[in-house]
Design a protein around this ligand. Structure first.
Ligand code: 5GP
Ligand code: ZN
Length: 112
């Protein structure tokens, strides 16, 4: 999608600090971290909502969660981490390209 900031980051049109990339996902540092480690994990395919997930996307999200789990040590998340997916207005979703917030590096209160 042309006006999507995360699509532009994926395409390299906007800079980001990438920490992992493969053919289907990108993980990069959030520009405004709310935890010691705050990463964003995005599928390279643009879609905004879990309600748009079909079988192929469900499989992609499954592989994505598996990868995050397997990479926890190299991501600095060995002591624990939290995954958050904001969906829609009440959740404060500001970027409408599905993304998983990865939070860790310190004990995390439920509210910040
Ligand atoms: P949301 O509220 O939509 O779940 O989260 C969007 C996240 O994207 C926010 O945490 C925000 O700081 C992050 N963000 C927005 N624009 C940029 C950007 O240009 N670069 C990076 N690295 N993160 C961004
Ligand atoms: Zn996008």
């Amino acid at each position: 999608m042309n006006d999507c900031i995360f699509c532009k980051i994926i395409a390299g049109e906007i800079g980001s600090t990438k920490v992992y990339e493969d053919e289907e996902i990108l993980i990069f540092k959030d520009i405004a971290p709310i935890a010691k480690i705050h990463l964003l994990c995005v599928p390279k395919e643009h879609f905004a909502y879990l309600s748009e997930v079909d079988g192929a996307r469900a499989a992609l999200l499954g592989r994505t969660l598996q990868k995050i789990g397997k990479m926890k040590e190299e991501l600095g998340l060995g002591d624990g981490y939290r995954l958050v997916i904001n969906q829609g207005e009440n959740a404060g979703q500001t970027v409408h390209h599905l993304h998983i917030h990865i939070l860790g590096g310190e004990p995390l209160p439920w509210e910040k």
